[in-house]
Design a protein around this ligand. Structure first.
Ligand SMILES: NC(=O)c1ccc[n+]([C@@H]2O[C@H](COP(=O)([O-])OP(=O)(O)OC[C@H]3O[C@@H](n4cnc5c(N)ncnc54)[C@H](O)[C@@H]3O)[C@@H](O)[C@H]2O)c1
Length: 341
């Protein structure tokens, strides 16, 4: 079995899901971490018994690294990933792939040019509810899809946005509730439908009490190439982080996904439910419950595929399609026009 030498850039909130996953992954060893905040890098390195850096270029120069995990603010995903790929490193970046379609395309071009793998984290694709409905649909059991809608009603106070210099900004975060929070739910809806988005007609607004420039509200329609016009609604000014919801109407049944669980009411009266298999040995420490537990499943799968050459479970093409939806929502929301993808 191969053992890949890994590094993680960005030791902030999402770091533990990558650090713990690498630790549990039999094909990977964490050799270095990097954060521009020195104490953060050093504290993390001490905990994980690896080297600490504040400059990722220096880390790439000094350490022998095969795989780089990018856990950075959104605007840095593209430049850092491209720099790593130029040096022959495989890259696993956190969502979103980048803040623009052109940046994402440049990342994909770089991975092809340099013959390395680029993976993007969408851990919730592993959720039992998502898999349950998608597999039933793909097997033909549910018949054709007729309608879809999803909603994310979460809460992000000012303290969340002022904790750093990137959340709540167009240039660094690339948007608000859509690109950061609802992106998972949009990705899951698109993935279950197994269809290509072709047009978006959306509104974005800032309706809460926070002092941010990006949207805390968005709603609209996404037209897919199967003829379904899916609806989405997302806000960051609810009173708590409610369960995200995806509803899908099929010829032979209706599916409701709440967080990671699904219930399907079949037209013949049967009610079917997903079963979640917990990852009992993985403890990410202090992370948000709504991030789920599936980072390990995705990261472990990426390393397995690096060794075997198989297709990754979370495909890059799908991550790009989801980013195209996100960028089209912003373009439509800003212009007021329908946007073709
Ligand atoms: N998959 C999920 O469910 C999930 C959940 C939360 C966050 N995320 C994603 O993870 C990424 C990071 O988010 P976060 O919440 O951990 O952010 P964060 O602000 O907590 O952490 C980012 C870290 O990057 C460091 N950093 C910034 N610029 C740097 C540079 N040039 N070199 C090295 N380090 C640098 C910062 O000092 C900080 O420690 C984002 O893409 C976010 O969307 C994903």
């Amino acid at each position: 079995m191969k053992n890949f030498r890994s590094a993680i850039i960005g030791c902030g909130a999402i770091f533990p899901t990558h650090g713990v996953s690498v630790k549990h992954c039999e094909r990977a060893t964490l050799v270095a971490v990097c954060d521009i905040i020195k104490e953060r890098a050093e504290k993390t390195a001490e905990k994980y018994a690896c080297a600490a850096y504040t400059d990722y270029i220096e880390m790439l120069d000094k350490e022998k690294i095969d795989v780089v995990h990018i856990c950075l603010p959104h605007y840095l995903h593209a430049p850092v990933a491209i720099e790593c790929m130029k040096r022959g490193k495989h890259v696993i970046t956190e969502k979103p792939l980048s803040v623009s379609v052109s940046d994402a395309q440049a990342m994909i071009d770089a991975s092809e040019k340099h013959g390395v793998t680029l993976a993007c984290i969408f851990q919730n694709r592993f959720n039992a509810g998502t898999q349950f409905v998608r597999n039933m649909f793909l097997s033909g059991e549910l018949g054709a899809i007729k309608g879809a809608r999803c909603s994310v009603t979460w809460y992000r106070p000012d303290s969340y946005y002022v904790a750093d210099d990137w959340h709540g900004t167009w240039d660094k975060e690339g948007g608000g509730v859509i690109i950061n929070q609802a992106i998972h739910t949009l990705d899951a809806m698109r993935y279950i439908m197994n269809a290509k988005p072709i047009e978006v007609y959306a509104t974005i607004a800032n309706r809460g009490d926070t002092h941010i420039e990006v949207e805390d509200t968005a709603e609209g329609a996404i037209l897919f190439d199967n003829g379904v016009r899916a609806n989405f609604h997302a806000i960051n000014y609810y009173s708590f982080d409610d369960e995200v919801e995806i509803n899908l109407d099929f010829e032979k049944g209706r599916a409701k996904i709440l967080s990671d669980r699904a219930t399907v009411k079949m037209s013949d009266g049967r009610i079917l439910s997903s079963v979640t298999e917990p990852l009992s040995d993985i403890d990410y420490g202090e992370i948000k419950a709504y991030w789920g537990v599936n980072h390990f499943r995705q990261i472990d799968n990426v390393y397995k595929c690096l060794e075997s050459g198989e297709e990754m479970f979370v495909d890059l093409k799908g991550a790009f399609e989801t980013l195209k939806i996100v960028c089209a929502i912003y373009e439509s929301g800003k212009s007021g026009a329908k946007v073709k993808i």
